[in-house]
Write a protein that binds this ligand. Sequence first.
Ligand code: HBI
Ligand code: FE
Length: 279
Amino acid sequence: MEPRPDFTMDQPIASYTPTDHATWRTLFEHQAALLPGRACEEFMLGLKGLGVAADGIPDFNRLSDILGKATGWSIVAVPGLVPDEVFFGHLANRRFPVTWWIRKPEQMDYLQEPDVFHDIYGHVPLLMNPVFADYMQAYGEGGVKAQRLGEITHLARLYWYTVEFGLIRDAGGRGLRIYGSGILSSKSESIHCLDSAAPNRIGFDLLRVMRTRYRIDTFQKTYFVIDSFDQLFAATRPDFRPFYERLHGAPDLGAGEVAAGDTVLVRGTGEGWGHTDDA
Ligand code: HBI
Ligand code: FE
């Protein structure tokens, strides 16, 4: 089945094998056991609202009906990574591109390219949240503009450190929770990002994020922490051109660097996290 010019295709539901559905079940059950208390409330609510279950790879059309009623988003099946401008164009129109195939059993713990588990389980539940759904559409519109300005690199870092690997303070301010899809769909990184002393956890700052390079082949060296989705949406609502201007003077930072002025979060007693005012 050839994809259409916009890279979308019908989900080849009949082509999933029993092994594919078993892989989905294994991945789903791992995360269902691990994420309560680690994933943000908005993710848990979205997952519940979608009715995504362990039994097997879900029907995208059924999920699109539910998602459409909640926030006007729909799911479109794609063969895999699509060109940036195609990806942004879909997001700008509230269509989330979902890779139709699932990883092989030997890739259970990590794969570089997003598969159906990463996209459906990691990304789609948060599209049920109205504020996050608006942020994702605005990101798509920003991507179309960034393309014209040659600023994809800076904007891709914002996506990476929020949508894919973002952490959020939980409502009670007691602890940190996960909202990044790259973490939510990974058993080992769902543990590492909160429990390990290795990574930096730094308070979200838009320009700081867009200056920071990232790795795609290891656990993240730095996680950026937002206070709320409202904070993220408000910070990224303005036109980005002045931000891009300011970035031209600022050198990039390495994935694991701590910079002057960073709000570095340090683990307090129990689950609490305080922060130093300076690095
Ligand atoms: N294509 N299918 C798909 N899924 C993605 O997450 C994706 C993509 N193309 C480009 C891309 N992500 C990133 O480079 C974005 O930052 C644009
Ligand atoms: Fe992703």
